[in-house]
Design a protein around this ligand. Structure first.
Ligand SMILES: [Zn+2]
Length: 365
């Protein structure tokens, strides 16, 4: 367990020693006190949908940050934090971005204001719960179609969504937008919202509580898990990571994985720097994004880095695609939704070449 996790006090939560993907849990799941007024609901090990939530207790009123991928995830948090929320009912919710694993529990929070960047609000419907239900069903059929990697896509997606249930979810979009920076003051406590997107997604935000020196970084920071760039440019992610390092934060809550230290944030920066350099070199040698990602990922040099042990290392493929686009390479001409599926298919193929990577159910057949 990391130093940052040891310092936080575990209060309450499910008593499980395996993750949703059947891995050994590297930290206890549940509600942690980070400082007198700040809390986090931490979900091991930080893989797909294993999303951390934040909770700021402003004395009689509280602010919740992110709401999980399905209603079960959101209910687990609400049950685990019930005592605190009885003392300090939810005053408002903040969504760090529009990926489902951060906002599909919104409907369980009643009529409180939900705050996000304007760009996040505009991106809320990029995937619909119904589409995920259909995809989960289709993936089970795809698994038996050994043509053009469709079976691999089926396996990869089935394993990814197996722990989740997308029934009964309707998207509740945030109803208070902001751009740039906004400070909310609740019972005298300042909570600073900072727009960081487009970076991981078009509408990322981080939330800083200066008096407690606690930062909720959303998916700008991953810990022990491979970050991914869906929107970009990558320079905005590295810029946001430098912003994290510039803040006076003692505790950094990553969107996925254990509490981060400054060293973890520096390691994320080193990852982005290494892959940009290594992929660019391969591009100059005439390699396409897929081939370059596979070659780098399987190289002795990469395998000797700490990044090789991170969860879902095959996400390097998406990162390579995004960087190649930034460098002016035209992506395959596919409609956006098909392109996303094709990316997952290619990641699924790469994942099978890394049988030791986690979550193992996505890397072994
Ligand atoms: Zn996420």
């Amino acid at each position: 367990m990391s130093e940052a996790m040891r310092k936080a006090a575990w209060l309450n939560g499910p008593d499980r020693n395996v993750t949703r993907f059947g891995e050994r849990a590297k930290f206890r799941e549940g509600l942690y006190r980070l400082s007198p007024k700040t809390y986090a609901w931490m979900v091991p090990n930080g893989s797909w949908g294993e999303t951390n939530f934040g909770l700021i207790d402003c004395g009689g009123k509280s602010i919740v940050i992110d709401t999980g991928w399905d209603l079960r995830c959101a209910h687990e948090f609400l049950d685990g934090a019930a005592d605190l929320l009885a003392r300090s009912p939810v005053d408002s919710v903040i969504n760090t971005h529009a990926d489902g694993d951060h906002c599909w529990g919104n409907q369980l929070f009643g009529n409180v204001p939900i705050i996000a960047t304007h760009a996040c609000i505009g991106h809320m419907h990029h995937v619909e719960p119904k589409t995920m239900q259909l995809l989960a069903r289709a993936a089970r059929v795809m698994k038996i179609l050994p043509v053009a990697g469709i079976d691999v896509l089926g396996h990869y997606v089935s394993a990814m969504v197996a722990p989740y249930d997308f029934t009964g979810i309707h998207i509740v979009a945030p109803n208070q937008g902001f751009s740039g920076e906004r400070t909310i003051t609740l019972n005298g406590i300042d909570v600073v919202l900072m727009e960081m997107g487009p970076a991981h997604t078009p509408g990322d935000a981080m939330i800083f509580v200066p008096c407690e020196k606690v930062l909720y970084a959303g998916d700008i920071v991953f810990t022990s898990s491979t970050p991914v760039v869906w929107a970009g440019p990558v320079a905005n992610i590295t810029g946001a990571l430098r912003k994290v390092l510039s803040l006076d934060a003692d505790v950094i809550v990553a969107g996925h994985g254990p509490l981060a230290t400054r060293a973890d944030v520096e390691l994320q920066l080193a990852y982005w720097e290494l892959i940009q350099e290594e992929l660019d070199r391969r591009r100059r040698q005439g390699r396409r994004a897929d081939a370059a990602a596979a070659d780098l990922l399987l190289s002795a040099k990469f395998q000797a880095t700490p990044f090789a042990a991170w969860d879902s290392p095959e996400r390097l493929l998406r990162n390579a695609q995004a960087l190649y686009e930034e460098w002016g390479e035209r992506p395959a001409r596919l409609p956006e939704k098909l392109a996303r599926l094709d990316t997952l298919r290619r990641q699924g193929l790469l994942a099978l070449r890394l049988p030791e990577a986690t979550p193992q159910v996505m890397h072994r057949r």
